[in-house]
Design a protein around this ligand. Structure first.
Ligand code: NAI
Length: 509
């Protein structure tokens, strides 16, 4: 087997990714041969790595002597033939199958018999790259994230013919780099780009449906769901020139899977060159890199609370109790009856349904009815989201907003939506991760780790689903399916079986 400790690592492509990989390999003690056809790119790469390592040293994170030693381990080369001594070659050149295949063929002609060849591709099939090789068993994917030294996870992608030895070697090397290795099968998007579909596509879907504006979706995702960034902030950061083609490509590669359906919103923006931060404006405006917040589009504001009791539906018993307890803690009068009196404000707590279906199915007066999202609890400081039916009086909306802000917690008002904002995004994220597990693309543990480290979600999606409860996620999806009749919301069998049997979402069968 190829030695893990004394390997010489070749890196082809000294761009953003190649530089990062060269840096972590050299710091981990490996001899690095950094190859690029462009001499200027080679020089730039070494300058950049040197600047980063010196900065780390000035912050006390690296000894000055270690910087010199690490830089001394990196040798730049201009031709594939100079990679003949390498035990491992990492390809990080342009994202084109024909160019990568031709490079792998050249590499096979020069490297040792036991050398491992990997691609850092994020969107091409590893099996397709390996198909041009004489020895596809020693080819695999080694997919790092940008910036490589900070994103401490790497997807190890098993092509159809990758050998176990190749995969084990890469796992060991990743460990030496200080990166968490997550293994997956060669399927579109691997783990992270597959699991990451739900946040953006569902966020876009919500806005396209007119439920609310982009800023409100982002606020809800950050302040109710606890994510670092909302989908529109993320799209602005990545740029639609990258994100929209990826959305289209993964959708097509899964043969028009409705869960991944892209949005005309991003298609039109891309066509208009409104790409995000890199073009100076996106879903938000930018002034010298600082986000300019658009004014809130919600026409509804708080209204004074009249001396009016509140009746809370018990259709979902736990959710109803949560609302009653909160309002009682504010001193609000709660009606106890099985039906509301004529005077009462009516609050419902749907899971997946919209406010209108609740009014209809529970035979309640829609003009006095408001729904509140309880999926993630109603803790103080965690943004609350309420939604009226199209028939709810504006005054009622204002009053209910005032009630739910009585402890200073921010409240967003959205238009009627199956599953509000958080329920439909959370359920889509969990359902997508369950589908990755069901298809045996990766283990539940690696799915959660890949998403947490690669996408920065506060919890892995299966752990998140477990915390909320598989049964509740299933209820949300069934509600969404009933409201929209769109197969994108169909629950996968991994989720529905585990929810029905009371098993954890991480359980492998
Ligand atoms: P880049 O454009 O910054 O750098 C590519 C480098 O490869 C350039 O310096 C170019 O001169 C060199 N190059 C092109 N063809 C070559 C050849 N035949 N032989 C030797 N050198 C060649 O690209 P970047 O962003 O570093 O991406 C590289 C690969 O990593 C792509 O496959 C990309 O899909 C993948 N990737 C990129 C990520 C990112 O965020 N930038 C994230 C994960 C993967």
């Amino acid at each position: 087997m190829t030695p893990v400790e004394n390997s010489t690592i070749g890196i082809v492509g000294a761009g953003a990714m190649g530089q990062g990989i060269a840096q972590i390999a050299a710091v981990a003690g490996y001899a690095v041969r950094l190859m690029d056809i462009d001499a200027a790119a080679r020089t730039r790469a070494v300058e950049n790595i040197s600047a980063i390592l010196n900065k780390l040293s000035s912050k006390g994170k690296l000894e000055a002597a270690d910087v010199t030693t690490a830089l001394g381990r990196i040798q730049t080369v201009g031709a594939v033939s100079e990679l003949s001594e390498c035990n491992l070659v990492v390809e990080a050149i342009v994202e084109r199958l024909d160019v990568k295949r031709s490079l792998f063929a050249q590499l096979e002609d020069v490297v040792r018999e036991d050398a491992v060849l990997v691609s850092n591709t994020s969107s091409l099939s590893i099996t397709a790259i390996a198909a041009g090789c004489r020895r596809p068993d020693r080819v695999a994917g080694f997919h790092f994230f940008n910036p490589v030294p900070l994103m401490k996870v790497v997807e190890i992608v098993r092509g159809l013919q990758s050998s176990n030895q190749t995969i084990e070697y890469l796992v060991a090397i990743a460990g030496r780099f200080g990166h968490k290795a997550v293994e997956c099968r060669d399927m579109p998007g691997f783990i992270v780009n597959h699991a990451g579909r739900a946040l953006n596509t569902e966020g876009l879907r919500i806005v396209q449906e007119g439920v609310t504006d982009e800023k409100t979706v982002d606020e809800i995702v950050r302040e109710q769901m606890g994510f670092r960034m909302g989908p529109f902030e993320l799209l602005d950061l990545t740029g639609l020139d990258v994100s929209h083609p990826v959305m289209e490509s993964i959708y097509r590669q899964f043969y028009d899977e409705p869960r991944f359906r892209p949005s005309p919103i991003t298609a039109i923006r891309l066509a208009g060159g409104v790409l995000g931060r890199k073009s100076g404006s996106g879903f938000y405006g930018y002034d010298n890199g600082a986000k300019i917040l658009p004014p809130s589009q919600s026409p509804l504001e708080s209204a004074p609370v009249a001396n009016q009791p509140v009746w809370v539906s018990s259709r979902h018993a736990d959710e109803g109790r949560l609302v009653r307890d909160l309002l009682q803690s504010f001193g609000v009068e709660i009606e106890d009856g099985t039906t509301p009196t004529e005077r009462a404000l009516i609050v419902v707590t749907p899971l997946g349904e919209d406010a209108t279906s609740c009014a209809v199915s529970e035979k309640l007066d829609a003009t006095r009815l408001i729904a509140i999202d309880t999926l993630l609890g109603l803790d103080r400081g965690v943004r609350r989201v309420i939604m009226p039916t199209p028939a709810t009086q504006e005054e009622v909306v204002g009053r209910v907003k005032t009630l739910f802000s009585m402890d200073g917690t921010p409240v967003s008002i959205i238009r009627d939506s199956g599953g509000f904002v958080a329920q439909r995004i959370v359920a889509s994220i969990v359902n997508t991760a369950c589908e990755i597990a069901q298809q045996r693309i990766a283990s539940p543990e690696h799915i959660d780790e890949a998403v947490r480290l690669g996408l920065g979600y506060p919890l892995g999606p299966l752990a998140f689903g477990g915390r909320i409860g598989a049964q509740r996620i299933l209820t949300v999806l069934k509600g969404l399916l009933a409201v929209y009749a769109d197969p994108r919301y169909r629950p996968g069998v991994w989720l529905s079986r585990r929810a029905s049997l009371g098993l954890p979402l991480t359980m492998i069968d």
